[in-house]
Design a protein around this ligand. Structure first.
Ligand code: FES
Ligand SMILES: [Fe+2]
Length: 374
């Protein structure tokens, strides 16, 4: 960083170095909504440039395999699924959904010695939470070796949205961003674009810009905007306070690889949301937004307000992608872009600790107050 507090950010559609798409492997990523795999239907998804075929067994278990037959590479999603195994459309090889192991090669004769069960289509562990199928994206070991399969028992638990009462409403929204994951993420945590991108009568206007001071603290693999009374210029918080009659607090966490959690509490009322930005390809990512609450707020009304909000972010990123095509030099400035700097430092710290085996160095040594106007 220079003395001016500016830092030059590599421009272009892929901030990572050429060739390396800059993905974080060995994490859970949401692949699709649970409802997308029903009955014997197969669905496809792409995560970190890995094509996946997903389905649900007769017993209801979600599974994911690499969507390429290990025989000749045709997508297995063109094949047939009988509730347990996927049959390739080309030569009929069968693969067990849950293990991705080959179970049958119809062309083999009694003379052949091929070890069928040694052939794998590439297994990816799956877990379902909050209406999403999460897939654990293990780092590829080397070209052609398939995923470095880890036993399901040794994996961390898939992320779950915190909820604070038995009964609640829940809703999901998503949108594609034509951006590299890093731009998607720093856009997600950017505090200064609100009054410009999200102008609306119910949220805030440009005129409402004022100076803010927010405290942040380090958390494992991320950072937290410490619990505080939310900004006075946002209508939703005012409404919450009105209904609960209690003080309202909000807390926002960013956690690697890609999650932003926001929690608003007001007496017994709560609102909890999570946005994840998932890398699909190096030039495409997707925001999955899930929110749950126990406030008397109909899902339809919430969606009516949330959809244009997400759309505004999407439009901005579409426009940004136009500019990034020409590989401009970019900057991160203090303090408004400090969270973005932390993100890059966390990512680098994690990769370094994985490489060296040493504990991860966190970019924050303790709580810090950031100042900006928004
Ligand atoms: S390509 Fe799939 S069985 Fe031959
Ligand atoms: Fe935004």
């Amino acid at each position: 960083m220079s003395e001016t507090g500016q830092e030059i950010l590599a421009g272009g559609s892929a901030p990572a170095s050429a060739g390396d798409p800059g993905f974080l492997w060995d994490f859970w990523y949401p692949a699709l909504r649970s409802e997308a795999i029903r009955g014997r239907k197969l669905a496809t998804a792409m995560l970190l440039e890995v094509p996946l075929v997903l389905g649900r067994t007769r017993e209801g278990r979600a599974f994911a395999m690499r969507d390429a037959c290990p025989h000749r590479g045709i997508p297995l999603s063109y094949g047939r699924f009988d509730g347990q195994a996927v049959e390739c459309s080309y030569h009929g090889w069968k693969f067990d959904g849950c293990s991705a192991r080959c179970t049958e090669i119809p062309s083999l004769s009694s003379q052949d010695k091929v070890k069928v069960e040694r052939i794998s289509a590439g297994h990816y562990p799956c877990a379902e939470r909050d209406g999403y199928v999460w897939v654990y994206m293990s780092a590829p070991r080397q070209a052609g070796a398939g995923p470095g399969a880890r036993l399901a028992e040794t994996l961390p638990a898939a992320p779950e949205l915190p909820k604070f009462s038995e009964k609640y409403k829940i809703t999901h929204l998503e949108c594609d961003l034509p951006s590299h994951i890093d731009h998607g993420i720093i856009g997600l945590m950017d505090p200064a674009h609100g009054p410009f991108v999200h102008q609306s009568w119910y949220w805030r206007s440009r005129r409402s810009i004022h100076e803010k001071a927010k405290q942040f603290e380090p958390i494992p693999n991320g950072f937290r905007m410490s619990k505080h009374e939310p900004s006075s210029n946002s209508a939703p918080y005012k409404i919450l306070r009105y209904f609960s009659g209690a003080a309202t607090t909000t807390m926002i966490d960013f956690v690697l690889p890609n999650m932003r959690f926001e929690e608003i509490r007001s007496g017994r009322l709560w609102f909890s949301s999570r946005a994840t930005v998932t890398p699909v390809r190096r030039d495409l990512c997707r925001i999955d937004f899930v929110a749950a609450w126990n406030v008397l707020l109909p899902v339809t009304v919430f969606r009516m307000f949330a959809k244009p909000f997400l759309r505004q972010d999407q439009l901005t990123m579409i426009q940004q992608a136009e500019g990034l095509k020409h590989d401009p030099r970019l900057m991160l400035i203090d303090d408004a872009d400090r969270p973005a700097k932390w993100y890059f430092a966390l990512k680098a710290g994690l990769l370094e600790s994985r490489r060296s085996g040493a504990p991860m160095v966190h970019p924050m040594s303790g709580p810090v107050t950031l100042h900006w106007r928004s």
